[in-house]
Every structure is written in C-alpha cells, then in structure tokens.
Write a protein that binds this ligand. Structure first.
Ligand code: PMT
Length: 222
C-alpha cells in the first residue's frame, strides 16, 4: 500500500481514550478502543512515514511504528503531543479526548456513604486547537465524532479550529464509530470533501492516508 507516498514525512497521531481520575480507583472516560487511530498509524507507516503514536489506555497490541507513547489523562496527552509537535509534519487527532475532567482529584478512595454525589468538572485543554495554533504548525487533521448533523459540524470544526482536514464519523450507531472493526468517514478540507463508505478500519485508514498525502503535498508544493 501507498508506494512511499509519505516517505520521509513525520506523522504524529493521537489515539484511544483518555482517563480523567476522580480518586485513586475511579475515572471518567470516553468510548474508544483505539482501533481507528492505530489503523491510521499503521497505514502511515506502510506509506513510508516516520510515525509517532501517542495513545491513551487500550487493549490493543502495540503497533509496529517508530515510536509509541502511552498516556492516561488529557493533561498528559496534551503535554506529550505538544512536546512532539515541533518535529511533526502532519498531526492526526484520532483520540477521544475527554472534554471535561474532575476539578479536584481525591487522594483517597471516596466512600459511598452518601446517597447522591456531585462531581464538579472543568473543561480540558483542546489539544487539536493548540496544535493548529502552534508556531511550527504541522498539517493538522482533526476528527469529529457526532450523533447528528455530521457534515455541518465537520465543516464548522474545520473553520473554527483552523484545521487542514476533518474526518467525521457517526457514533452511537450499530455500524462504524467507536469500538467496531468497521467505520465510514465524511472527510472535508478547504475546497473539497468526500465520503469513504463503510469498510474495515484498515481500509478506511489507507484511504484517509491517501487523501492526507494528496492534500499535504499539494499544500507544500504550492
Ligand atoms: O477508537 P475507536 O474505537 O476505533 O473509535 C474511533 C473514534 C470514533 C474514537 C475516532 O474515529 C474519533 O472520532 N475520534 C475523535 C473522537 C472525539 O473526541 O471527537 P470530538 O468531536 O469530541 O473531538 C473533535 C476533535 O478534537 C478530535 O480530533 C479530538 O481528538 C480533538 N480534541 C477534543 C477534545 C480535546 N480536549 N482535545 C482534542 O484534541
């Protein structure tokens, strides 16, 4: 696959969920198996790229790419990704980063002696926006996971987060999205869009890498 379409290109990919601790035994998280992000990392490596994968906790085998860094919280993912951005030509944010995290983390297990419990959450840092706003900005690809208005939200993310490309998937349906082996994507960029119909995440990842390589090379030769 790929014929070296990303030979010599450094690709940084985030994958999997983040875990936001409540106390030493509990956390809140998002649904994500890591399958989509890992498939993209492997497809990029097969296309000749130098791949660095930053992954939240998953049950998957470590993929055969140049570098894999395991993180847990969105804060850790943020710091790890930002430390690698200066060395990346392309960033692909496939991770399901928690949007909110507990404001305080209890240092001991919270006892269940109350009938109700209130958790105060604070917004986490938006890694994708920070990458896109960084000084040596890589070609930046965001994901959008939506239960409705997929195309509108994808185009809105492209504009508001100043991205080069958005790959949007339906989530919470029987087929595609998180945890499944298959996915379908609506992909948009400034000046175009396309659908990648339901197929294995391996196939979808290869199609996405082709699109990214095309747009990346078009931008760099302009
Ligand atoms: O892992 P799988 O089981 O294979 O499932 C794949 C997937 C459905 C998780 C994946 O294809 C996907 O859609 N990933 C993004 C999920 C998500 O968090 O979407 P979002 O619409 O909430 O976020 C939009 C983008 O902002 C994403 O690129 C996300 O990485 C990024 N983000 C979000 C919040 C935050 N604090 N920082 C971010 O960088």
């Amino acid at each position: 696959f790929g014929g070296g379409i990303l030979a010599g290109v450094s690709v940084l990919i985030s994958a999997g969920p983040t875990r936001e601790p409540i106390d030493p035994v509990r956390y809140i998280s998002n649904r994500s198996s890591g399958k989509m992000g890992y498939a993209i990392a492997e497809a990029a490596a097969r296309a000749g790229a130098k791949v660095s994968l930053v992954t939240g906790p998953t049950a998957l085998k470590t993929p055969p790419v140049n570098e894999v860094t395991w993180v847990e919280s969105s804060e850790e993912m943020y710091r790890c990704v930002m430390s690698k951005v200066p060395f990346a030509d392309i960033y692909i944010g496939a991770a399901a980063v928690a949007d909110y995290a507990p404001e305080t983390i209890a240092d001991r297990k919270i006892k269940k002696n109350q009938s109700e419990m209130v958790l105060r959450l604070r917004k986490t840092q938006d890694i994708l926006s920070a990458v896109s706003a960084s000084p040596k900005r890589p070609f930046t690809v965001g994901f959008a996971a939506e239960t409705d208005n997929l195309e509108d939200y994808a185009r809105e993310k492209l504009a508001t987060k100043a991205l080069d490309m958005v790959a949007a998937n339906w989530v919470g349906r029987d087929k595609g999205g998180f945890e499944n082996d298959d996915n379908a994507l609506f992909v948009c960029w400034n000046g175009g869009d396309t659908y990648l119909p339901l197929a294995s995440k391996k196939t979808i990842a290869e199609q996405l890498i082709r699109l990214i390589a095309e747009r990346y090379h078009a931008q760099n030769s302009a």
